[in-house]
Design a binder for this molecule. Structure first.
Ligand code: NDP
Length: 322
């Protein structure tokens, strides 16, 4: 495993980490979750990502149960939660959003589900147009000062919103955000590469990036249709189908064009796609998702591809899917 500091903070995160969306508590039950966390740990992964909304808290409870069972020393791994969407199908107004009330209560609830005394990373899962940014920054600062959160950040905030959070924090001597959690993969690049570009220099922003395989698409698994045991076949994720494959399946054709390049590198398209994300130095950690232990094992081996992915090859890869 390799480790990178989370932006300009001192926190070293494994460059590959493990997320729980759409898997833990869904396709991944307790024994599989235990195997996956044990494998990840064994390979040096030190960051596990979750959110209040994943399975309405079930993913966090499962991860907390397994981490307690595995008894890895608490000072050797990091866990995250995210607040905004709520942990109910139909949250009441105070059970969602980024008000001081919900940010603080959601943190308490995540601590209980995850069975930890503090969250290493805590994210505002989306911007909240109904809450002043200053209120959210103050709530995060309060949690940091209480020792309940070590690093806080945003997820899918526009650059302007992130700038405002930094400005408010600096002007009021409050704890500024450390990281953003954006989608980043070969088919979704603009925000990380262009919109956020000035933020890395100006604020030392770190990134924990999501969906390196675009929900599995970049593994090539959707080449011949939608396999019955895949994410896009799950009724809960019907809304993702066109988003991921394109209305006429045009995204699938792009992935086919990656095959010869992966062959040249002696790896799979999944490993190529993950290594390609890792090659961006502004990515602090690439969060993997897996519904089986074999997928996780396979994806972790993307690290071996990284040294073979020089600048010329990175450009050919990007052109292949452009
Ligand atoms: P990916 O894009 O890597 O998709 C993972 C899924 O792809 C797996 O669950 C599996 O689904 C399939 N897959 C993975 N590896 C392989 C393989 N080698 N061969 C074939 N299929 C494979 O990542 P996620 O979309 O899961 O995102 C990763 C993490 O990022 C999440 O767990 C979550 O923690 C975080 N996230 C954050 C968001 C945010 O808004 N902040 C939004 C989304 C995710 P299957 O087998 O079921 O087809």
């Amino acid at each position: 495993m390799q480790y990178r500091r989370l932006g300009h903070s001192g926190l070293p995160l494994s460059v590959l980490s493990l997320g729980t969306w759409a898997t833990f508590g869904k396709s991944v039950g307790r024994s599989l979750a235990r195997n996956m966390l044990a494998l990840a740990w064994d390979r040096g992964v030190n960051f596990f990502d979750s959110a209040e909304t994943y399975g309405n808290g079930v993913a966090e409870a499962l991860m907390g149960d397994v981490l307690a069972d595995l008894r890895f020393p608490r000072d050797s791994w990091c866990v995250s939660s995210k607040v905004f969407f709520g942990a109910q199908d139909h949250p009441r107004p105070t059970q969602r959003g980024l008000s001081r009330k919900h940010v603080i209560e959601a943190c308490e609830q995540a601590l209980q589900r995850l069975r930890v005394d503090y969250l290493d990373l805590y994210f505002c899962h989306r911007p909240d147009p109904d809450t002043p940014v200053a209120e959210t920054v103050a709530a995060m600062d309060f949690l940091v000062r209480q020792g309940k959160v070590l690093y806080w950040g945003t997820s899918e905030w526009p650059a302007e919103g992130i700038r405002e959070a930094f400005r408010v924090a600096r002007e009021n001597h409050l704890t500024a955000p450390t990281m953003e959690q954006p989608q980043y993969n070969l088919l979704h690049r603009e925000r990380v590469e262009l919109e956020y570009a000035p933020l890395y220099e100006d604020y030392g922003l770190g990134t924990t990036t999501w969906s390196p395989l675009a929900s599995g698409l970049l593994s090539g698994k959707y080449d011949g249709g939608v396999p019955a045991d895949s994410r896009l076949a799950q009724p809960d994720y019907a809304w993702l189908h066109d988003k991921v494959l394109g209305e006429r399946g045009e995204q699938v054709a792009k992935v086919r064009r990656l095959r010869p390049l992966a062959d040249e590198l002696g790896c799979s398209t999944a490993q190529l796609a993950i290594a390609w994300c890792l090659a961006n130095p502004h990515v602090s950690t690439v969060m993997l998702g897996a519904s089986r232990t074999e997928q996780l094992e396979h994806n972790l081996a993307a690290l071996d591809v990284l040294p073979r992915l020089d600048e010329a090859m990175r450009q050919r890869v990007a052109q292949a899917v452009a």
